[in-house]
Ligand binder design. Structure first.
Ligand SMILES: NC(=O)c1ccc[n+]([C@@H]2O[C@H](COP(=O)([O-])OP(=O)(O)OC[C@H]3O[C@@H](n4cnc5c(N)ncnc54)[C@H](OP(=O)(O)O)[C@@H]3O)[C@@H](O)[C@H]2O)c1
Length: 298
């Protein structure tokens, strides 16, 4: 069945491959971007461009009007003074726009760890969004809960070049659940075009490795198989993030997320599942992308 689908997230890491799948399947797709310069590229994909901000409820309502389904996500914004509040506010905006437009089917990008109400850094905001959207009556919602994006490791390239290590405030023994955005796009497309009912979540995870192994695999891809993982203190992690240009408020939130990763509480609900279909893009596949970006940033 051909559907009218509105997706947020512009031509971002998930939304672009998601739009490509939906368009290939002959759906009528509208893509929301906050940048008028993106309209041409969006149209050249075969979608309609809706230019405006997720901060604008009236705009969102118009963009959702008449859609059979919507994909909602919260764009990263590291300029805000209170990240949790910002994320929850965008969730509120989606609630209002979904109600006013009458969309009945939503796939919302959440995160692994969103079963926890706090102590998880930015993920606590996505917990809030799930709670806010759960108050919608007669709207079917699928919350996608991906693992940590492989692409986050691009942020390590500076440290690798400068001091020859990868690191964060969690130990090399920590087992990470990770996901490629492409696998999230595939899951989102499947759910948008599928037949779920009610409110439920779906984990989207592509690989699980301990962090020392992550360093070895990514190190090997750049000709350094001995690349070590170093656990930094919370204070050093905070200082490093600030030195890299992050605001104090955002660095604080990410240090908290690192602590939640170290304790593995983020992953406990995922491990309660008896059966799971893993995403197809493994860390070893991503290693090629990592090596290409590492080289290009010389
Ligand atoms: N990183 C992780 O490990 C992780 C794990 C779990 C969940 N997540 C979730 O994933 C999200 C990121 O998803 P993604 O990687 O697909 O996003 P992305 O690649 O960062 O793309 C988001 C796009 O949204 C658009 N945008 C920014 N501000 C906007 C605004 N005010 N109104 C409308 N559009 C706006 C931007 O495009 P334009 O310039 O064209 O507007 C931007 O490219 C995070 O925010 C988080 O909620 C992340």
């Amino acid at each position: 069945m051909i559907m009218k689908i509105t997706i947020t997230g512009s031509l971002g890491k998930i939304s672009k491959p998601l739009a490509e799948i939906l368009i290939k399947n002959a759906n009528d797709v509208t893509i929301i971007s906050n940048d008028p310069k993106k309209a041409k590229e969006i149209e050249s994909l075969g979608a309609k461009a809706a230019i405006g901000s997720v901060a604008d409820i009236r705009f969102l309502t118009q963009a959702f009007q008449g859609a059979d389904a919507a994909y909602t996500m919260v764009p990263p914004n590291w300029k805000v003074p209170d990240y949790r509040k910002y994320i929850a506010q965008i969730g509120e905006n989606y609630l209002q726009a979904i109600q006013a437009s009458g969309v009945k089917r939503v796939v919302n990008l959440s995160s692994i760890g969103a079963h926890l109400s706090g102590g998880t850094g930015p993920i606590a905001g996505l917990y809030d969004v799930e709670q806010i959207l759960n108050t919608l009556d007669n709207v079917d919602i699928k919350y996608l809960r991906p693992g940590l994006f492989y692409v986050n490791f691009f942020f390590d390239i500076g440290t690798i070049r400068k001091i020859g290590v990868m690191g964060n405030n969690y130990s090399g023994k920590t087992k990470l659940l990770m996901t490629h955005p492409r696998d999230i796009a595939a899951a989102a497309a499947q759910e948008l075009q599928g037949s779920f009912k009610g409110k439920s979540h779906r984990y989207v995870v592509s690989d699980e490795r301990d962090v020392a192994e992550v360093a070895r695999i990514l190190g090997t891809s750049i000709g350094n198989p001995e690349l070590p993982w170093v656990q930094f203190s919370d204070d050093d992690t905070f200082a490093g993030m600030k030195a890299a240009g992050m605001s104090e408020a955002i660095a604080k939130v990410y240090v908290e997320m690192g602590r939640a990763i170290d304790s593995e509480i983020l992953f406990e609900d995922f491990h309660r599942q008896e059966k799971f279909d893993w995403g197809s893009t493994k860390l070893t596949d991503f290693a090629n992308e990592f090596a290409a970006v590492y080289k290009s940033l010389k």
